[in-house]
Design a protein around this ligand. Structure first.
Ligand SMILES: [Zn+2]
Length: 376
């Protein structure tokens, strides 16, 4: 990847592959405390390896049986039509008589299975109805938004769990993977209209999405990807779209050209951030926001590459946050590489290359193959 525009020498592909592989060698001791986050570690690693053209299904296909064991189906009321299913983050979380599946682990696991090309699993093993029923139970009837898990006593959406645009995105992405495409498909399981109402309520006055009218590029990417998966981007007004594009473009911090003025206004501007994206106004640039901002722009306009300075953000990622000795990407030029920023830094570069599906956060080729093979 990235060879056409950047030259092979600038992307330390072999080191990145090794970086992601190390995290899959079940697992470095520093992650033992994150056992419940194991599905996230697997997803970020497999996604990173796939971006760097590693044939993950050939290399890690032997682990499919182990992955499948994390899929749990529970009958709530002694009748099959009350069954729910989903993934636990770790086998130690499979506790009898307690619902420990949750939405994020379920999406991380499903996307990993897609990248491992376990099509047999999607066609014959995954019970899409009970999985969609679990998603449905996570929707808050009062607001239309989603929480990540069920209360282990009542099996209703947890009342102490936070609900925000991230979980709305995760819920809709799971249903999309289960085959939902039209509004009628989604309506079979969730109150789509109420969900759309919630998403619209998170629009900020000057464009973009966020809680309490504070625009945030992570929430913006979640909201736009959710609307794209629901085929509902046209529900946004032209003015809101334009304001959002403007807000996103101003998140790129740079001392060049038209962005110069913005950087002078930004008290947090740091010369080493040049070309990177910030997540909110007056913040330092951060690798992950390159992905969240570029994915948002890409969903809003086909001219996104002409509007923002992709060469500058590529330089920021390759010269500032890429770790040429250890592989991987860090949050900024001061930290060590971590898995989350390594995955999203790689994803941002792949998105610029036109090789990444930002809506589901997997390489485009894998998405195309899955869509062809598993049209439910
Ligand atoms: Zn970050």
């Amino acid at each position: 990847m990235c060879q056409a525009t950047n030259g092979p020498s600038r992307v330390v592909t072999k080191k990145h592959r090794k970086f992601f592989e190390r995290h899959l060698q079940l697992l470095p001791s520093s992650h033992q405390g994150h056992d419940v986050n194991r599905m996230a570690i697997i997803f970020y690693s497999i996604s990173g390896l796939s971006i760097f053209d590693v044939n993950v299904s050939a290399k890690y296909g032997d682990h499919l049986g182990w992955m499948r064991k994390h899929y749990i189906k529970t009958v709530l009321d002694d009748t099959e039509n009350t069954a729910i299913s989903g993934f636990v983050g770790s086998l130690v979380m499979n506790i009898p008589h307690a619902t420990t599946i949750n939405l994020p682990n379920t999406l991380f696991a499903l996307l990993s299975m897609i990248m491992l090309r376990d099509y047999e699993y999607f066609e014959t093993i995954l019970d899409k109805r009970s999985l969609a029923r679990f998603v449905s139970k996570c929707q808050r009837p009062d607001r239309g938004s989603f929480v990540s898990c069920l209360d282990y006593k009542t099996n209703c959406g947890s009342s102490v769990d936070s609900d925000d645009l991230r979980f709305c995105y995760i819920a809709v992405a799971i249903l999309y993977i289960c085959g939902c495409r039209s509004k009628e498909d989604f309506d079979e399981y969730i109150d789509t209209e109420k969900l759309l109402g919630y998403i619209m309520s998170q629009q900020c006055y000057n464009g973009a999405f966020g809680a309490h009218n504070e625009p945030h590029s992570g929430y913006t990417s979640c909201a736009l990807s959710t609307l794209a998966l629901l085929s509902s981007l046209e529900k946004l007004s032209d003015k809101f779209k334009e304001d959002t594009i403007t807000w996103l473009l101003h998140r790129q911090v740079s001392s060049h050209g038209c962005m110069k003025f913005e950087s002078e206004l930004n008290a947090s501007y740091d010369q080493s951030d040049d070309g990177g994206f910030q997540g909110r106004e007056n913040k330092f640039a951060d690798t992950c926001y390159a992905f969240w901002c570029l994915n948002s722009l890409h969903l809003l306009t086909k001219d996104w590459k002409m509007l923002c300075q992709t060469e500058l953000v590529t330089n920021y990622l390759l010269d500032r946050t890429q770790k040429t000795l250890t592989g991987g990407f860090s949050k900024n030029d001061e930290e060590d590489a971590d898995l989350y920023h390594s995955c999203l830094g790689s994803a941002a570069l792949a998105l610029i290359e036109g090789k990444f599906n930002g809506e589901l956060c997997i390489p485009q080729e894998i998405f195309n193959d899955f869509s062809k093979r598993c049209c439910f």
